[in-house]
Design a protein around this ligand. Structure first.
Ligand SMILES: [Zn+2]
Length: 384
């Protein structure tokens, strides 16, 4: 048994002072407050202890370089795996102890998951989707997940489940990085989307829909997807909130995964930059309507999105009208719940995995403190 002392604790839900967290093996066994700490306790000093962060939308096979897609085409799966390990390690050292990989090639993220599972202190807990399901020559088709028709989709989901994936990812619309696809156009019929979500749930897996446009978001909610990725309400010539669809989202159990966060000083996708104020207003409307929302990064897809950018994403969440504690929940307890791992991740409480982050200062009042990392524990082992 090991005791860890800090000045403050955000446990994934609320904030308290003078915690002593007791860890046995890879698990938190209890949390005490204010009493005397054991003589051999590790005193982290004037830090805030938090659950390790959960980035519920990342891409470990994209290298966050100048052209991640070209680089992906240029290397084989073994080289992709080596790069994915570098990316995951970078995330871990920033306190991101759980990453949900929403699209790889060759099930590389599953191979990495196995490596880290054998030695948890070497990397974050990986939740992996494998190659995302897309229409023939649809968004990210070159990752290997092309499929069509209700029967084809059910077979593809079953195959992914048999491989051992943690989540089924469906590209419901096109995307920016695939020429010939459009982010505002649906790639699948409502029947195909419903089959994908239903088959995922039949295998006990959550389903995540990449959906940029109002019709796609509505179809994903109707289909029963657990998360809508992006949720940006893009149109042919910009972006525009659809109050009816926002109402549908708010009335559903579907969680919007807002992919945010940009490393300062790096070039940002010009379309995203031009739409920045509009997208902020759209997310504000969603929050005001009561849409459940988490904050994720889409790390890897360009140079502004290294695999440790999540702290900047949490900071952007404040633009939508919530305070720092809500932003912290959106990258800890709420994110874990949206990924289906809310019973083991995203909280500092008895029975939870001892994945911990310590930062200087108090991120519950100044979210920027998330970037001042002082210690990271993965499965009870200090890795930074
Ligand atoms: Zn993505």
């Amino acid at each position: 048994m090991r005791a860890i002392r800090a000045a403050r604790l955000f446990d994934g839900v609320t904030t308290t002072d003078n915690p002593i967290v007791y860890v046995e093996g890879g698990t938190v066994v209890s949390v005490a407050h204010g009493g005397p700490a054991p003589a051999d306790a590790l005193d982290l000093g004037a830090v805030t202890l938090l659950p390790g962060l959960v980035d519920a939308h990342t891409h470990l096979v994209f290298d966050a370089g100048a052209d991640p897609v070209a680089r992906l085409h240029a290397v084989d799966d073994d080289e992709l795996l080596r790069g994915a390990k570098v990316a995951a390690t970078r995330a871990l050292h920033a306190g991101i102890t759980t990453v949900r990989d929403l699209g790889d090639r060759g099930y590389v993220a599953l191979r990495l998951r196995a490596q880290f599972a054998a030695a948890p202190h070497t990397g974050p807990h990986v939740l992996a989707a494998g190659p995302p399901l897309t229409s023939p020559r649809g968004h990210c088709w070159w990752l290997g997940g092309e499929v069509s028709g209700v029967a084809g989709i059910r077979a593809a989901v079953a195959e992914h489940a048999a491989r051992g994936v943690d989540v089924i990812k469906v590209l419901a619309t096109g995307g920016e990085i695939t020429p010939g696809t459009k982010p505002y156009l649906l790639q699948f019929s409502p029947e195909e989307l419903a089959a994908a979500a239903d088959e995922a749930h039949r295998h006990g897996l959550p389903a995540a829909a990449h959906a940029h446009s109002a019709p796609a978001i509505a179809a994903a909610v109707d289909a029963g997807f657990d998360t809508v990725e992006h949720g940006s309400f893009l149109t042919a010539d910009g972006a525009a909130a659809d109050p009816a669809v926002i109402g549908k989202l708010a009335a559903s159990d579907t969680v919007v995964s807002a992919t945010l966060g940009y490393l300062p000083g790096q070039p940002v996708n010009p379309r995203t930059a031009a739409l920045s104020a509009t997208l902020t207003a759209i997310f504000q409307q969603q929050r005001r309507a009561g849409v459940r929302m988490i904050v994720t990064s889409d790390a890897g897809i360009d140079a502004s999105k290294p695999h440790d950018v999540l702290a900047y994403a949490a900071e952007m969440f404040l633009l939508f009208g919530d305070g720092p504690e809500a932003a912290l929940r959106a990258v800890t307890a709420d994110a874990a719940a949206a990924c289906g791992v809310g019973a083991t991740k995203g909280r500092v409480a008895a029975g939870y995995d001892a994945d911990l982050l310590a930062v200087a200062g108090d991120p519950t009042t100044d979210i920027a403190a998330l970037r001042d990392v002082r210690a990271v524990f993965r499965a009870g082992v200090r890795v930074r």
